[in-house]
Write a protein that binds this ligand. Structure first.
Ligand code: ADP
Ligand code: MG
Length: 243
């Protein structure tokens, strides 16, 4: 479903992504962990071409792009393959919860206004927020805003969902809520890449965990292997410090 090979990204002199290669199967859930600044966000953003890679090939679903030959046309097509969920929700502040979804469908996917509204309501209902359709983002709790963010991402019917620290801005009591929602998506066999510091969550829902450091995937494996105390490696020491 996702295939990355030879992905590199430099910011000025800093190699934020250093020759990254991996594949993710359809329906697989992969959590990405690692210290701050290790390139986790840059990796996700590269997959959505929010960051333009310096080199490498990316495949999501049946679309492939080469960083060396990005055009407006293939960038737009490739972006449609995935959708992002952000730490700070990134909702349009001057649009209601419903409009945050429906406008994306109208302008991004060519829906008619009434269709977009119906689909938006369906999605808000699915994340338990039908009653907040006309609310402004600022009047919603962080957890509710993130639900809208997730509903909006799902509205795009992406082949892969990319979540960048989806619970890091939330109070601990609201985190569980969003983690449960994400876990329910995992059960529906959505292909997901999740950057997270929630180690227990990562362990529970992921088929694989990637440990990143200094722009590289240093370790990867099934949670049981990576979390096994017998496995003495950098990832394990990191997990220990964190968990
Ligand atoms: P993480 O998400 O793991 O904390 P990031 O992917 O955000 O790490 O960042 C990796 C490195 O790239 C960091 O050193 C960061 O400062 C740098 N970086 C990220 N985005 C930019 C940018 N737009 N311009 C310059 N440097 C950046
Ligand atoms: Mg980050």
């Amino acid at each position: 479903m996702i295939k990355v090979s030879g992905l590199n990204k430099k910011f000025k002199n800093y190699q934020a992504l250093n020759d990254i290669s991996f594949s993710v199967r359809r329906g697989e859930v992969v959590s990405i962990i690692g210290p701050s600044g290790s390139g986790k966000s840059t990796l996700l953003r590269s997959l959505n071409l929010l960051v333009k890679p310096d080199s490498g090939q990316l495949t999501i679903g049946d679309e492939t792009v080469d960083a060396a030959s990005l055009s407006h046309r293939n960038t737009t097509r490739f972006r449609r393959q995935s959708a992002m969920v952000f730490q700070h929700y990134n909702l349009f502040k001057n649009k209601t919860a419903l409009e945050n979804i429906s406008e994306v469908l109208i302008y991004g996917r060519g829906y008619r206004r009434d269709e977009a509204r119906d689909r938006g309501m369906e999605l808000l209902t699915s994340v338990g927020l039908a009653h907040k359709a006309d609310a402004w983002p600022i009047t919603l709790s962080g957890g509710q805003q993130q639900r809208v963010g997730i509903a909006r991402a799902l509205s795009l019917e992406p082949e892969a969902l990319l979540l960048d620290e989806p619970t890091s801005s939330l109070d601990p009591e609201l985190r569980r809520d969003i983690l449960n929602l994400i876990a329910s998506l995992a059960e529906r066999s959505l292909t997901m890449l999740i950057v997270t510091h929630e180690m227990k969550f990562a362990r529970d829902i992921s088929q694989r965990i990637f440990f990143m450091e200094q722009g590289r995937i240093l370790e990867q494996g099934a949670p049981d292997v990576l979390f096994d105390p017998v496995t003495e490696n950098r990832a394990h020491r990191f997990l220990h410090e964190f968990a």
